[in-house]
Design a protein around this ligand. Structure first.
Ligand SMILES: Nc1ncnc2c1ncn2[C@@H]1O[C@H](COP(=O)(O)OP(=O)(O)OP(=O)(O)O)[C@@H](O)[C@H]1O
Ligand SMILES: [Mg+2]
Length: 281
């Protein structure tokens, strides 16, 4: 069943911007963006990926480290922050090898802009929002954030319609989820359209009792906010990355690809339910 993130709303295309946030490193933020882009492309959607992490993992996933590290600031998201006091910079997205998937890349040049206490940054809080406003329309925009709540993640929260929190089934306290939720609540004051799409359990190994226990605990803690779809720990994700292709393209029949598609469909269902509830309210 082909379900688009784009819905027709009085003849207008309604694009959706989703950012992936968690302070925890290695929880699958970049992987989720990378593989979901493959799924949405297969659905016929125009996808923009924004690498908002100075580590540049998402960019390197498509183009390799050698290419990404040599990109000049104006070819990356850093250009959005290289501005005068009143005007934001711009940056042209790069086409990837995947049809309909383009990327605003990032590398080490973004690091100096990723400052703590981003709420104190005035207009610099809106650099990513301004950048996206100046680009053509895409059906879906996925923003990959670094493992902290500094300026890049904050910019993503102020630019997005939805936030998705990838959560591995480990001690939730050590993942700083409380701070993540506080950041979302604070961002909603400046960006009232921002909504929590949910938490997605990633890197799950159902053979491990501890993973099963943490998954249940997460569902108890965040009733209704945990996606039904669970992303398993699977070598196909790593193999796909080494082939520089989303798993939906490198191994389309794998469980990893099926679960990625399942995740894409559930995100759309939840997005549509949220929009419907808002219209009714
Ligand atoms: N479901 C999975 N199964 C197997 N390997 C995975 C899975 N998810 C992520 N990985 C691997 O784990 C590593 C970290 O994943 P990823 O880069 O997506 O995490 P991240 O949250 O973006 O990390 P960071 O916070 O450093 O940006 C990568 O090598 C990735 O290929
Ligand atoms: Mg990452």
């Amino acid at each position: 069943m082909a379900i688009g993130l784009t819905t027709v709303n009085n003849g207008e295309r309604l694009a959706t911007t989703i950012c992936m946030i968690n302070q925890k490193g290695g929880c699958g933020k970049s992987s989720t963006c990378f593989h979901l882009a493959g799924h949405f492309s297969q659905q016929g959607l125009e996808v923009l990926l924004v690498d908002a992490d100075p580590q540049g993992s998402l960019s390197q996933g498509f183009f390799g480290s050698q290419f990404v590290e040599t990109l000049k600031p104006h070819q990356t998201l850093a250009s959005a922050f290289l501005t005068s006091a009143t005007t934001a910079g711009s940056c042209s997205p790069i086409k990837t090898s995947i049809e309909r998937v383009e990327l605003v890349p990032a590398n080490q040049h973004l690091a100096r802009f990723n400052v703590p206490e981003p709420e104190m940054q005035g207009l610099a809080q809106y650099r990513l929002d301004s950048l996206l406003a100046g680009l053509p329309d895409y059906d879906v925009v996925l923003i990959d954030c670094p493992p902290n709540l500094f300026a890049c993640s904050w910019n993503a929260l102020l630019a997005a319609d939805y936030v998705l929190v990838p959560v591995p089934p480990e001690d939730f306290g050590t993942q700083g989820l409380r701070a993540v939720h506080q950041a979302i609540t604070s961002a909603q004051i400046l960006n009232p359209k921002l909504k929590l799409l949910g938490h997605v359990v990633t890197r799950y190994d159902g053979r491990l009792l501890v993973h099963r226990a943490y998954e249940q605990k997460l569902r108890k803690l965040y009733v209704g906010q945990v996606l039904t779809t669970i992303i398993p720990e699977a070598s196909a994700f790593k193999v796909a990355l080494s082939c520089r292709q989303p798993v939906t393209h490198s191994s389309p029949r794998s469980k990893a690809a099926l679960m990625t598609a399942e995740l894409g469909h559930e995100l759309i269902r939840r997005r549509d339910e949220t929009e419907r509830d808002q219209r009714v309210a």
